[in-house]
Design a protein around this ligand. Structure first.
Ligand code: NAG
Ligand code: NAG
Ligand code: NAG
Ligand code: NAG
Length: 388
């Protein structure tokens, strides 16, 4: 099956499911108090993972090509059986909360009747397409976009693995087109997030060094997605971190943090990763700390980012400094004398005061100030203990 097949795409399928879920939920709201409702919106959506990627700035737009929600709905309804949809809506209105599970089953049956392919089937199509070397660049791009959408659902990354998707997606990292490589790295990052099994499988395929090379790409979108994938692979994964350092990961980070002409998106991801690595050491105190995390040039590069003009970068730098200060091997005097931490915090406070007085970004500025105070407290405690 190729892309010319008019089967619903992942996006249109998700939309239909959303409409049906909305109808079910509307019906349910009539019967159950909202405050007591813990219904998460159905089996098809994950949210925790999305928060993570939003925070990371990786939840980029999925442009469905529809100019309005209305157009989208029209399209979805036009591609389904109107009589059945109407019937579902009518039935849903009469349902009680007890019938919710039954409703969901019915939705599943309805989707089968309407011949809407399952996520697994759609993933299979996309994987088969990618595994076809004669696929056009455009169709390859399309298949990757589709997968990106499908793996948002909570169970799908594991299914993706079962269907043999990992080997196929890893191949795409070697594609000549940087945008194909970017999408492949993005998918690898998404499926590895908080999933030790997938992290392990991907690390076994030996792509970490490939992804690290991508981070040095001149095509900044490829570089940021490369670093996104690297971060997802080594987060809370000590084996992954070992590989990362064996591949000169500390140099890679140092180069990004200390080079003023590097794109700010890359800097944010790098400083965030450093904070993650430090946190992981704090949580695994039986493991040796990483020497580069107490290197003064490295620490200075991080502290300097706290004086950036970008609030988001400042916040990430502060969180990272907070973690670094708590490591046994870092020296408070280095933060004080070599990095100029006090002066950096002072400058930040002045800048934040202006924002707190104004309306624009006031809440964020107040959060940042609290974080500043926390960092200062930890710093002074460490100084008081004689440096460590
Ligand atoms: C809904 O809330 C009202 C008022 O708080 C309460 O009297 C009623 O028992 C609740 N119904 C259910 C189903 O929890
Ligand atoms: C591979 O893709 C080409 C071009 O889209 C298509 O003609 C061919 O049938 C595909 N092969 C397989 C095995 O699906
Ligand atoms: C990809 O195609 C090859 C043959 O060209 C096949 O051996 C392999 O199983 C396919 N992989 C997947 C995941 O479908
Ligand atoms: C800093 O980054 C720029 C842009 O990526 C690069 O061209 C330059 O070589 C880097 N400088 C150093 C000293 O690494």
């Amino acid at each position: 099956m190729g892309r010319s097949n008019p089967a619903p795409t992942a996006r249109s399928r998700a939309l239909l499911v959303a409409i049906m879920m909305a109808m079910t939920m509307a019906a349910r709201a009539d019967h159950v108090n909202k405050s007591s409702s813990s219904y998460s919106g159905g089996v098809y959506w994950s949210s925790a993972k999305e928060d993570e990627s939003i925070r990371e700035g990786d939840h980029d737009d999925f442009d469905g090509g529809f100019s309005s929600l209305d157009g989208l709905l029209q399209w979805a309804i036009g591609h389904s059986d109107p009589a059945k949809l109407k019937e579902t809506a009518k039935n849903a209105q009469q349902s009680s909360s007890d019938e919710l599970n039954k409703r969901q089953l019915e939705i599943k049956e309805l989707m089968e009747k309407l011949k809407i392919p399952s996520d697994a089937q759609l993933m299979q199509i996309a994987i088969d397409d990618l595994n076809n070397s004669s696929l056009s660049l455009e169709d390859r791009h399309h298949a990757l976009q589709e997968l990106l959408f499908l793996i948002e659902s909570i169970d799908n990354p594991n299914d993706f693995n079962t269907l043999g998707g990992l080997a196929v997606i890893v191949q795409e990292l070697n594609h000549f087109d940087p945008d194909i490589r970017r999408l492949a790295a993005w998918i690898i990052g998404q499926i590895s997030q908080n999933n030790p099994v997938i992290q392990g499988e991907i690390l076994k395929l030996g792509v970490l060094s490939k992804l690290m090379k991508m981070v040095k790409s001149n095509f900044i979108d490829e570089a940021t997605k490369g670093l996104y994938a690297v971060s997802a692979l080594v987060r809370n994964n000590l084996a992954g971190q070992e590989l990362f350092f064996a591949e000169a990961g500390s140099m890679l980070l140092q180069d990004i943090l200390s080079n003023s002409s590097i794109d700010i998106r890359l800097k944010k991801k790098a400083v965030y990763l450093v904070g993650d690595l430090a946190e992981c050491r704090l949580e695994n105190i039986d493991k040796d700390e990483l020497p580069f995390l107490s290197d003064r040039f490295f620490l200075k590069a991080v502290v300097d980012l706290a004086s950036s003009s970008d609030l988001d970068l400042q916040e990430k730098a502060l969180i990272t400094i907070k973690n670094l200060l708590q490591l046994r091997t870092t020296d408070a005097l280095v933060f004080k004398e070599f990095c100029g931490l006090e002066a950096a915090l002072g400058r930040m406070r002045v800048q934040l005061q202006d924002l707190i007085v104004g309306e624009y970004q006031r809440d964020f500025a107040m959060d940042l100030e609290r974080l500043c105070n926390e960092v200062e407290l930890i710093f002074h405690r460490k100084l008081g203990r004689g440096g460590n």
